[in-house]
Design a protein around this ligand. Structure first.
Ligand code: S3P
Length: 178
């Protein structure tokens, strides 16, 4: 398949929806670079996101996130970009994503994500007594925003990351060959 990416492809969705795993798969399949925005942020802040949240707070994190995302989206070389789960909260980010990338929403149920992230210690927003309840709250707020910005919605519940990645690839390749 000779699929040519003519814009960045950005993956959005809740933490644990598979953005990084699926993004890596797609980038390998299409021989383009893969960038994980969380990793780019950590390179910039020189500490873990968890530490940064604790030291500087969420608002400051969102400013850095906005800046790093905008820089990445401006790059001329087309890439697959895994965004952080909260990137869609800022209207500026949604506008930048819509303008510079094809956006894929990896939708998954809070129950399934809570199961996948049972042992996670790195995501500051989920270090709470009841992570499922927190994920349900995040889903309630963000699901409409993910849908607002998405060009494609791919439902991942009940599927492995590879299966979801293959679905995304097929949809985009089919769309491009029309
Ligand atoms: C966040 C998700 C994280 C990271 C930060 C905030 C969120 O990224 O950006 O902890 O607000 O949901 P992942 O979605 O890659 O876990």
């Amino acid at each position: 398949m000779n699929f040519v990416m003519d814009s960045h492809i950005a993956l959005v969705g809740l933490p644990g929806s598979g953005k990084s795993t699926i993004g890596r798969y797609l980038a390998r399949r299409w021989s383009v670079p893969f960038v994980d925005v969380d990793v780019a942020i950590e390179e910039q802040i020189q500490c873990s996101i968890r530490e940064f949240f604790a030291k500087e707070g969420e608002d400051r994190f969102r400013e850095v996130e906005q800046d790093v995302l905008a820089q990445l989206l401006k790059k001329p070389e087309k890439m697959v970009i895994a965004t952080g789960g909260g990137a869609v909260l800022k209207p500026e980010n949604r506008a930048q994503l819509a303008r510079h990338s094809l956006v894929v929403y990896l939708s998954a149920s809070p129950h399934e994500i809570a199961r996948r992230l049972q042992k996670d210690t790195q995501r500051p927003l989920l270090q709470v007594g009841n992570p499922l309840q927190r994920l349900q709250e995040l889903h309630g707020i963000r699901d409409p925003l993910y849908k607002e910005v998405a060009d494609f919605v791919v439902a991942g519940s009940g599927l492995s990351a590879t299966q979801v990645a293959q679905r995304v690839a097929m949809q985009l390749e089919l769309g491009a060959s029309r």
